[in-house]
Design a protein around this ligand. Sequence first.
Ligand SMILES: C[S@@+](CC[C@H](N)C(=O)[O-])C[C@H]1O[C@@H](n2cnc3c(N)ncnc32)[C@H](O)[C@@H]1O
Length: 252
Amino acid sequence: MNLLSIVGAGPGAIDLMTVRAHERIKNAEVLVWTDSLIPKKILQIAPIDCECITTSSLTLEEILSLLIDRHKKGKKIVRLHDGDPCLYGAISEQICGLAEAGIQVEVIPGVSAYQATAAALNTELTIPGEIQTIVLSRAGGRTGMPEREKLQNLASIRASLCLYLSARHVKEVERTLLNYYPSDTPVAIGHRVSWDDQSLKVVPLSEMAASSIKQKLIRTTLYLISPALKGHKKRSKLYEVSHSHLFRSSAQ
Ligand SMILES: C[S@@+](CC[C@H](N)C(=O)[O-])C[C@H]1O[C@@H](n2cnc3c(N)ncnc32)[C@H](O)[C@@H]1O
């Protein structure tokens, strides 16, 4: 059966892509890609005669119609999304539309922007006993947020908070977060993380909006708000001498 591959491209750097994703692109006959969020460089992996189609100006119906058309022609198709497809990838509507046309898909995961940002900072987003939760979300914007997921509700637990798609609303975001996190909480502002022109800086929460606006950031920007970015020396239980578990008995 000729499966259509929905592939996570990762954050942008070619070598942050999974081997499976790389392999699917290398063998693609048709590559339908999210050109607004993926660097063109990634197309170098595709065969020279691969048909590459950009989606930034297309509607869902137009995308589906060309995927269905190329599938009928027996082509190996890759639908390439930035980061991991399960996060703001709008893949469900594509999978449903394709299923209605009798086309089955496989989904190949990718490194998401929050992971690339944390890695670029050499940091861990969880701290033993202090922060054990990572929230992945966004500011409302035109898509809107369900009432229970409003930023104030998410901020009130003071977890490591990763905000996608939020640069246009940064002033409002900062204002809301300051009601919950201390004003000196570190905020990483990552723009095109892992791209050749990556910009990544860490500022106190009270400077989040000013810094972002000064850099004129609107798109491809991730905010990572977390006390964990301060660094810490808390030890985990797992590697504690007195802690026994399935693979190691306690030293005491
Ligand atoms: C439509 S969402 C898709 C997210 C993607 N599926 C992921 O897992 O990273 C696009 C948003 O992801 C974030 N993003 C994606 N790639 C990024 C990168 N390389 N650097 C910073 N932010 C990025 C930005 O917030 C951007 O507006």
